[in-house]
Design a protein around this ligand. Structure first.
Ligand code: NAD
Length: 346
């Protein structure tokens, strides 16, 4: 039995919730902290505290008696959210990051893992759909597209300086599009795999094959399944590596292809309609050279397998939603769009 005490911040969110379950199977004592409880299933945490980590006193309370912190709490979402909420994101996440790390230092936390994002990479390296995979050192000279990327970059630097100045054992991961079941799928913070799964499910169940895609759908990304993500996090936490490290797959697909793979796993056919909407950078892929070197591992779940699991979970949510709705047709219509992004917000 591993009696080390671990804190997962953002444990009510998508990745944090899965991470708590994974840490419990490894025998850790786990405290989860978030503004809210997980939405879709009970947390496996030994203790779950509802705290606002923008506050210094909450951060002190959260990190007390803890050996290892996985810092995941953040005000974030997919393109529809991060392209429209710059001030809120920069303000809230800066407070969370500054206070959580300092409280961990004050409370003598031994290991600290900060979850950054591929959104730190500069826009000028992501102008083509056929982009060169991004290496960790490509983050500089810095020019992230959104406030979300700047906030992540500053928090990365904070972790590096806490390591250099205080000898804290800090780790930094840069996620590339993590997806899977039990994440946002309709609240306006959902990312492309969940949003497209919902749209494909609506097309399948509603009998109208048309699905809307923001922009021309030629923008490229790589996607990493949640099971690989939590596995990589544990490996990085146990390592002696302190610089930023990519965590993603290096199979790049465009958004139109992503929709078609989802339609295939759903067993339905779709017709794509391109509409105005935020697209983010033109192309992005992960260079996993350093990941393989440092962790001796890289994500292995195929996109088809991961999307199959994710799609089935979202189709079940769509079925539940329309079964409860008084007007089935209206409910299906509402599920076609994201709740936050309304053009022309960007
Ligand atoms: P998520 O939104 O599902 O989870 C984040 C959680 O943080 C939410 O449950 C939210 O309630 C909580 N939170 C927000 N403000 C808080 C506060 N003031 N106090 C306490 N809790 C607060 O997002 P996720 O996908 O699970 O992402 C987890 C981390 O990984 C985030 O830091 C995110 O920026 C980073 N990340 C995720 C992805 C991805 O593809 N999902 C990509 C890059 C980086």
């Amino acid at each position: 039995m591993n009696q080390r005490r671990v804190l997962v911040t953002g444990a009510g969110g998508f990745i944090g919730h899965h991470l708590v379950s994974s840490l419990k199977t490894q025998g850790y004592w786990v405290r989860g902290v978030d503004l809210k409880y997980p939405e879709f299933s009970r947390s496996d945490a030994d203790q779950f505290e509802v705290l606002d980590l923008r506050r210094w006193d909450s951060c002190l309370q959260a990190t007390r008696g803890i050996h290892e912190v996985y810092a995941l709490a953040a005000d974030m979402g997919g393109m529809g959210f991060i392209s429209c909420h710059h001030a809120e994101i920069l303000h809230n996440n800066s407070l969370i990051n500054l206070h959580t790390l300092e409280a961990a230092r004050v409370n003598g936390v031994e290991r600290y893992l900060y979850t950054s994002s591929a959104c730190v990479y500069p826009e000028y390296r992501q102008m083509d759909v056929d982009v060169a995979p991004l290496k960790e050192e490509d983050a500089y000279p810095a020019q992230p597209q959104d406030a979300y990327g700047w906030e992540k970059l500053i928090a990365e630097r904070l972790c590096l300086h806490y390591h250099e100045d205080y000898g804290m054992n800090t780790h930094i991961v840069r996620f590339h599009n993590i997806y899977g079941p039990e994440g946002s799928w309709v609240d306006g913070r959902e990312k492309a795999p969940a949003a497209l799964s919902r749209k494909v499910a609506v097309a399948k169940l509603g009998g109208d094959p048309t699905i809307d895609i923001w922009g021309d759908g030629a923008q490229t990304r790589s996607f990493c399944f949640i099971e690989d993500c939590v596995h990589g996090l544990s490996r990085l936490m146990a390592s002696d590596f302190h610089d930023p490290l990519n965590l993603g797959t290096d199979r790049m697909v465009n958004i139109n292809e992503l929709a078609r793979i989802i339609a295939e796993v759903a067993g339905t056919s779709i017709e794509i309609r391109h509409i105005e909407g935020p697209m983010g950078v033109r192309g992005r892929n992960s260079d996993n050279t350093l990941l393989r070197k440092v962790l001796g591992w890289e994500p292995g779940v195929s996109l088809e397998k991961g999307l199959g699991i994710t799609y089935r979970w979202i189709e079940d949510r769509v079925r539940e939603h329309i079964a409860r709705a008084p007007d089935r047709k209206k409910a299906l219509g509402e599920l076609r769009t994201s709740r936050i992004y309304q053009p022309p917000c960007a």
